[in-house]
Design a protein around this ligand. Structure first.
Ligand SMILES: *Cc1c(COP(=O)(O)O)cnc(C)c1O
Length: 364
């Protein structure tokens, strides 16, 4: 086995990787999700045989039968996390074992085989090592996208008997060039993201497909992002299309909706709760009504609100718009609690501040 491959992944090096000059041009302004590294990881699962055929190979298209189950019934899950290049040149991941666990949880909900953590974590390490030159320094990072889909060619409705796990990666620049800007949210009162008993807590592509129309309405109303209410009463604020939400109260405490099946258990959310409690802040995980939000913003009891997730980390919420009227949070441009939580979290992720929880995992 070539020196660069980790068992059980064999390495087929790209025959014509991008040159250092080509890579430098691509990494100058990569945006998000359009520029990919030279390699990918694939693993296959077959009923009765288990996981096999792990490979690091050139990034490239799949050849799929048109009857491939995922194309019809959307049996698909994914993850998202980042690799960072520290100032001393070391490469590191942030809490990847939490993504591995969530990937197994999502797989169970979608009736898919669970990928063992050592294979999930091994695939991350194998790809980051193979494409180490693609990990940006400074404020950039390498976004890692693990995913798994039903690859069996069969139109019957049942869990598939064959799956492909794949890991691809794309360099991303600083999410906010020239400072963090507060976002505006559109409250969707027509569409919901997740219902009790549904797939809201699983990271599956279908949740995103169902949220796109609401996001399009947010854009039509001049907002950056959509925020969803609960499906049963349309009264409680749940989360954005792909980010969790926090409220900062006038006593310095935080409020965030509880995990309970309809909210995606974000690793950024979990980390913010731990950091805030570590700083002596009270964090309440409780349901928060849309009318409460409006009243607290008006009275000044609510000082700040922010959205959080791997891609944008921590983003202040400035304006909230809805069919029943608009309101502004604080001065409309964020606040000091949001800023300090973001600074501490990104500092830990980049190896620049102390990591008391042991969240950072260095890659050799
Ligand atoms: C991925 C995701 C999040 C954020 O999760 P992180 O682990 O913090 O990146 C929040 N909401 C939804 C719907 C998601 O898919």
């Amino acid at each position: 086995m070539p020196a660069d491959a980790l068992p059980p992944f064999s390495l087929t090096a790209h025959p014509a990787p991008r040159t250092p000059d080509e890579r430098a041009v691509l990494m100058e302004n990569p945006g998000f999700g359009r520029v990919f590294t030279d390699h990918m990881v694939t693993l296959r699962w077959r009923e009765g045989e288990g996981w096999q055929d792990g490979r690091v190979e050139p990034h490239g298209p799949f050849k799929l039968d048109p009857a491939c189950a995922v194309l019809h019934y959307a049996q698909e899950i994914f993850e998202g996390l980042k690799a960072y290049r520290f100032d001393d040149g070391a490469l590191a991941l942030f809490r990847p074992e939490r993504n591995a666990a969530r990937f197994r949880d999502s797989a169970r909900r979608l009736a898919m085989p669970e990928l063992p953590d050592e294979l999930f974590l091994g695939s991350l390490e194998a790809l980051v090592k193979a494409d180490r030159d693609w990990v940006p320094g400074g404020d950039g990072s390498l976004y890692l996208r693990p995913f798994m889909f039903a690859s069996e060619a069969f139109l019957g409705v049942r869990p598939a008997s064959e799956f492909i796990y794949c890991l691809i990666a794309c360099p991303v620049g600083a999410y906010f060039k020239g400072g963090v800007k507060a976002v505006s949210l559109w409250v969707s009162e027509d569409f919901t993201r997740a219902a009790p008993g549904g797939t809201g807590a699983a990271k599956c592509g279908g949740n995103y497909a169902a949220s796109l129309i609401a996001q399009a309405q947010a854009i039509e109303h001049g907002c950056d992002q959509v925020v969803f209410l609960d499906a049963a009463e349309h009264a409680y604020v749940e989360e954005l299309g792909g980010m969790n939400i926090f409220y900062v109260m006038d006593d310095g405490s935080l409020v965030t909706p509880p995990i309970g099946g309809t909210i995606l258990p974000g690793i950024t959310r979990e980390s913010i709760i731990a950091l805030a409690r570590d700083e002596g802040r009270q964090v309440e995980e409780r349901r928060y009504r849309f009318d409460e939000w409006r009243a607290d913003a008006a009275s000044g009891r609510l000082r700040e609100a922010f959205a959080c997730g791997t891609a944008a980390v921590v983003t202040p919420i400035g304006q909230v718009r809805s069919a029943s009227g608009d309101f502004t949070i604080g001065n409309g441009s964020g606040g000091t609690v949001t800023d300090s939580l973001r600074a501490r979290l990104t500092g830990i992720q980049r190896g620049q501040v102390a990591d008391p929880f042991g969240w950072v995992r260095r890659i050799g």
